[in-house]
Design a protein around this ligand. Structure first.
Ligand code: SF4
Length: 364
């Protein structure tokens, strides 16, 4: 793993002998980073890539957590798929635990939701640069395009990323290079600037035309999103968690559970996570330990986890009534529920909570 102490040093190194120039790219597997790789490969540059796992990547979890839609392709890891298609070595690096402080206390603040894009970019670029030096790459590059993202891909934020990541001059952005000052690899003649692009803005047409030229057809839709922190619903659940804990913190288990189920908080001191389909029920079942588990006894229904300060029978009864309304017995007058907690199984017969008694504000 890369040592943070290396991150602020920017001393360049000169490639030795006649070996090819080597570049390390940040690869999400989306169209832009894929095209950035191809542009450099076209120039005979030996490319390797890195993909960082933050714990908030959408593609690596949602596909595996919900029942698949009929005819939907099987879930895949976009960066791995792109690396295989491009024929590049991919370094998959888990930064999830170091990343916590980026999400909880971003120096540059949040974007529209809880996405700390500028701090995130600075962190990843610094990590990539440290890795590049450790692994013998000559410079780093990314698929960023000027003006494409409101928080991190702006003319005034690119220099901030480069400066604070300690990489000024050594991060090339091949898709937008013609709109940026020359980088060291260009000045040294390692990269032919005239064969780079000057894309800008949010439009995707130039990228799609370039993809066609390179015969790249199989890439994820940009509308799919890549990071839960940009998702309004997810951000609301994370804020609710921080409000309940009275501090900004999370564990890997917390952020996984925020991705699954309906989250309902009927009282400030406890919350329910109600599975929405079979796959989610199985997923939630793996998180029983330390939580109250509620299930229907004789009819089909969700698996519900209850977490927080849960001790009263009254709370458990309300939780059962809520869980029962998402079961096959929601129209019945009585549904038998089993409630497991602290090694005890309690049976409760409840009247499912009618819709008008479940206020919108309980839904997190
Ligand atoms: S969208 Fe997420 S992964 Fe991408 S820069 Fe922003 S915080 Fe980082």
């Amino acid at each position: 793993m890369v040592d943070d102490s290396e991150i602020m040093t920017t001393t360049p190194f000169v490639p030795a002998g006649n070996r090819p120039i080597r570049a390390l790219g940040l690869l999400s597997g989306g169209l832009d980073s894929t095209l950035a790789v191809r542009l450099l490969q076209e120039q005979g540059i030996e490319v390797g890539c890195v993909n960082f796992h933050t714990g908030f990547c959408i593609q690596s979890h949602t596909g595996a957590m919900r029942n698949p839609r009929e005819g939907a392709p099987p879930p895949r890891h976009d960066a791995l798929h792109a690396a295989q298609t491009l024929g590049v070595k991919l370094h998959l690096i888990d930064i999830a635990s170091d990343y916590v402080r980026i999400v909880t206390h971003p120096k540059h603040g949040y974007g529209k939701n809880l996405n700390p894009c500028l701090d995130c970019k600075i962190f990843m670029v610094a990590k990539a640069w440290a890795m590049a030096k450790e692994l013998g790459y000559d410079f780093i590059f990314s698929g960023e395009v000027l003006g494409q993202r409101p928080m991190s891909q702006r003319r005034d934020t690119f220099p901030v990323i480069d400066r604070e990541a300690g990489v000024a001059g050594w991060l090339l952005r091949p898709l937008t290079a013609l709109r940026m000052p020359e980088t060291e690899p260009e000045k040294r003649g390692w990269v032919d600037r005239t064969r780079l692009e000057g894309f800008s803005g949010r439009g995707r047409k130039p990228q799609m035309a370039l993809a066609k030229k390179f015969a790249i057809n199989d890439y994820p839709s940009p509308a799919g999103g890549c990071c839960f922190l940009t998702d309004e619903n997810y951000a609301r659940k994370l804020r609710d968690l921080w409000a309940f804990r009275q501090q900004r913190e999370y564990s890997m288990e917390d952020i996984l559970l925020l991705k699954a189920g309906r989250h309902i908080r009927p009282a400030p001191h406890f919350k329910l996570i109600v599975g929405r389909d079979q796959t989610e029920n199985r997923f939630l079942s793996g998180f029983r330990k330390g939580r109250v588990v509620i299930q229907t006894r004789n009819i089909a229904g969700p698996l519900t986890l209850m977490e927080g300060e849960v001790s009263s029978r009254e709370d458990r009864l309300l939780a059962c009534r809520i869980a029962a309304r998402y079961s096959k017995g929601k129209e019945s007058s009585k549904v038998a529920m089993s409630v497991e907690y602290e090694g005890v199984t309690e049976v409760m017969e409840v009247f499912p909570l009618p819709a008008h008694e479940l206020p919108d504000q309980w839904h997190v």
